[in-house]
Every structure is written in structure tokens, then in C-alpha cells.
Design a binder for this molecule. Structure first.
Ligand SMILES: NC(=O)C1=CN([C@@H]2O[C@H](COP(=O)(O)OP(=O)(O)OC[C@H]3O[C@@H](n4cnc5c(N)ncnc54)[C@H](O)[C@@H]3O)[C@@H](O)[C@H]2O)C=CC1
Ligand SMILES: O=C([O-])CC(=O)C(=O)O
Length: 329
């Protein structure tokens, strides 16, 4: 028996494909540790509550040591009540004929109310990871709707992009993913993102001395930035298990730290590297004492500057579109 208080983890979109890959990892202890009791709260739309209840039955059947309870609801206030960690996965996918502004508006209708529910009901130290696309702007909407929660507690997932970049480098160099450090994802979780190896090392060697610039420009950067589309093309559905794994990595590192290395996450900009304050942009980050901080003092060559600026311009356009719809307060 453990006398530790259970940690409440809320997952939205629990009946979706990422939810199905994510919940079992969380319940097994992969995210917070095998000795940390977990209370799961699953939020779904009414039509998918029964499917989420089916997943809850399967979670019970795994007899995971850390899992204390699973509750399923379609009410955000109930789902986020006392939440210590909130994984916002459920979102409105883009469908045929939908303009980008329609997509932003539909998602604001989800992430605005969920942000308010987090503001009003979550635990005071809540940590929020937005996975549902467009993740960065959805995180901005949720954070804006939760004025009492510090901005730093709202993050967007670019860890999948980071992991993809690390994996591509490891494959190219014939080393293990764990030998690679110092990769940075900048900007938006979209095709404009900039996977940056300027400061990366592999087995302690600077990556720029190990790979050709031409490979970086013509293969590595577009491959990482368009990997989501490649998965959809080859798999016939968007990435799910890898996205779930990245979400587990993101929260685990946020809670337990990144001693001696760095990773990437979408965090509220403090103006670092010329990214307008408040935008939720991906940066290289370290995690210490339960907080992410942007890695400071990196040299940004002109090649990188142009790519960071292009992705940040897209984030500004998304923010302005949402603001134009009257959705940012
Ligand atoms: N940031 C990243 O790196 C990645 C983000 N994604 C995004 O994650 C999201 C989820 O992906 P999948 O699980 O594959 O989608 P899915 O369509 O299989 O599941 C989404 C689930 O969300 C639920 N949902 C919709 N509105 C909701 C609401 N208001 N409250 C609670 N639940 C709600 C739906 O009923 C559905 O069960 C998508 O937006 C996808 O684009 C996917 C891969 C990577
Ligand atoms: O591209 C998509 O729709 C899913 C996604 O965000 C990714 O795999 O990075």
C-alpha cells in the first residue's frame, strides 16, 4: 500500500485514437512513475461517452498498479475538478470544405470552455498539455480563458516533432536516439515548424559537422515538418501511438526534469529570440523543479532566423484570426 495522495489526470478526447494509445501508458505509470497513484478523468462528447466507458472497462482489466479510479463524463466542470494534469487531446478535425477560420472557430468553441473549466475547477498547480490541433493556438485560447492560472502552465505539444527530428538524425548517423541531444523545434506544430540541429550533438560530436547542409535542407527539415502528412499517407490515419508517446514524454519531463539535456515544447513566449510575448511557440526548453524554461543564449544564424520568423508569422496570423473572431477576450 502507498500513502501518497492520488494525482488526478484528465484526458479529453479519451475515446479517440490517441486516447486509446495514451490512457494505458498513463495508467501503467509510464508518465508519472509506477509508485504514483492515478485517478483518471475522461472527458468526451456525449456521443462518445459509451466508447470511453468501454476503454475504462479495459483499463480495469489491465490491473495496473498505479490506477486508483476511472471516471467518464461529458461535463468539463466534472472532468477538470481537482485536475493536476490535463491532457487536451479532443478537438475538431478539419473536414472537407472547411476554411482555416472555421477550424479555429470550432476549436475555440472547445478550448475556450475547457480553459474556463480548468480555471474554475482544476488544482492550483495544474499542468496543461494541448495536443489537439491547431495545438499552439488552441493552447493560447485555453490559457486566455483561464486568467487565474499562470500562463506557464499551458503548453502545446511539439515533442512529437522533436522526437521525429531526433529519430531522423539517429537513423542518418547510425547512432541511438539517446545519443542525440540539443535538437530544437521552433515555432508552430505545422509544416512551417523549424527543426534546428545547429546546437545538436550526437555522441558528443556537433551534428553540423556530421551531416551535409544539403541533406538538412532538402531532406531532414521537410521530412520532419511534413511527417504528420507522411504518416497519414502511409498509415491511412494520423499518428496516434507516437503522439501518445510524445505526450507521455512531455509531461514526464515537465514533472521530473531534463537533467543535463534539453527538449522542445510549445510554451508562452516571454519575448525570447524575438518571438512576440504571449504567443505559444515551440522553443528549446529545459525542465527543472517542475518548470519549463526556454534555453537562453543560443546563437541564431541567418538560415535559422528566417525559418523561425516564418513559423512565428504563421502563429501570429492564427492568433489574429482568432482575435478577429472575438475569441481571445
Ligand atoms: N500536437 C501533435 O503533435 C499532434 C496532434 N494531433 C491532434 O490530436 C487530436 C486528436 O487526434 P486523434 O485522437 O487521432 O483524433 P480522433 O478523432 O480519433 O479523436 C478525437 C476525440 O476527441 C473527441 N472530442 C471532440 N470534441 C471534444 C470535446 N469538446 N471534448 C472532449 N472530447 C472531444 C472526439 O469525440 C474523439 O473521440 C487531433 O486534433 C490531431 O490533429 C495528432 C497527432 C500529433
Ligand atoms: O498531421 C496531423 O494531422 C497529425 C499531427 O499533428 C502530426 O502527426 O504531427
Amino acid at each position: 500500500m502507498t500513502d501518497q495522495q492520488p494525482v488526478t489526470v484528465t484526458v479529453t478526447g479519451a475515446a479517440g485514437q490517441i486516447g486509446y494509445a495514451l490512457l494505458f501508458r498513463i495508467a501503467s505509470g509510464a508518465m508519472l512513475g509506477e509508485d504514483v497513484p492515478i485517478r483518471l478523468r475522461l472527458l468526451e462528447v456525449p456521443a462518445a461517452v459509451r466508447a470511453a466507458e468501454g476503454t475504462a472497462l479495459e483499463l480495469a482489466d489491465c490491473a495496473f498498479g498505479p490506477l486508483v479510479s476511472v471516471d467518464v463524463t461529458d461535463r468539463p466542470a466534472e472532468a477538470f475538478d481537482g485536475a493536476d494534469v490535463a491532457l487536451l487531446v479532443g478537438s475538431r478535425p478539419r473536414t472537407a470544405g472547411m476554411e482555416r477560420s472555421d477550424l479555429l472557430e470550432a476549436n475555440a468553441g472547445i478550448f475556450g470552455p475547457q480553459g474556463r473549466a480548468i480555471n474554475d475547477h482544476a488544482a492550483s498547480g495544474v499542468r496543461v498539455l494541448v495536443v489537439g490541433n491547431p495545438a499552439n493556438t488552441n493552447a493560447l485560447i485555453a490559457a486566455t480563458s483561464a486568467p487565474d492560472v499562470p500562463r506557464e502552465r499551458f503548453t502545446a505539444m511539439t515533442r512529437l516533432d522533436h522526437n521525429r527530428a531526433v529519430a531522423q538524425l539517429a537513423a542518418r548517423l547510425g547512432c541511438r536516439a539517446s545519443d542525440v541531444d540539443g535538437v530544437s523545434i521552433w515555432g508552430n506544430h505545422s509544416a512551417t515548424q523549424y527543426p534546428d540541429v545547429t546546437h545538436a550533438t550526437a555522441g558528443g560530436q556537433p551534428v553540423p559537422t556530421l551531416v551535409e547542409q544539403d541533406w538538412l535542407e532538402s531532406e531532414f527539415i521537410p521530412r520532419v515538418a511534413r511527417r504528420g502528412a507522411e504518416i497519414i499517407d502511409v498509415r491511412g490515419a494520423s499518428s496516434a501511438a507516437s503522439a501518445a508517446s510524445a505526450a507521455v514524454d512531455h509531461v514526464r519531463d515537465w514533472v521530473h526534469g531534463t537533467p543535463g539535456r534539453w527538449t522542445s515544447a510549445g510554451v508562452a513566449s516571454d519575448g525570447s529570440y524575438g518571438v512576440p510575448e504571449g504567443l505559444v511557440s515551440s522553443f528549446p526548453v529545459r525542465s527543472e523543479d517542475g518548470r519549463f524554461s526556454i534555453v537562453q543564449g543560443l546563437d541564431i544564424p541567418a538560415f535559422s532566423r528566417a525559418r523561425i520568423d516564418a513559423s512565428v508569422a504563421e502563429l501570429e496570423a492564427e492568433r489574429d484570426a482568432v482575435r478577429g473572431l472575438g475569441l481571445l477576450g
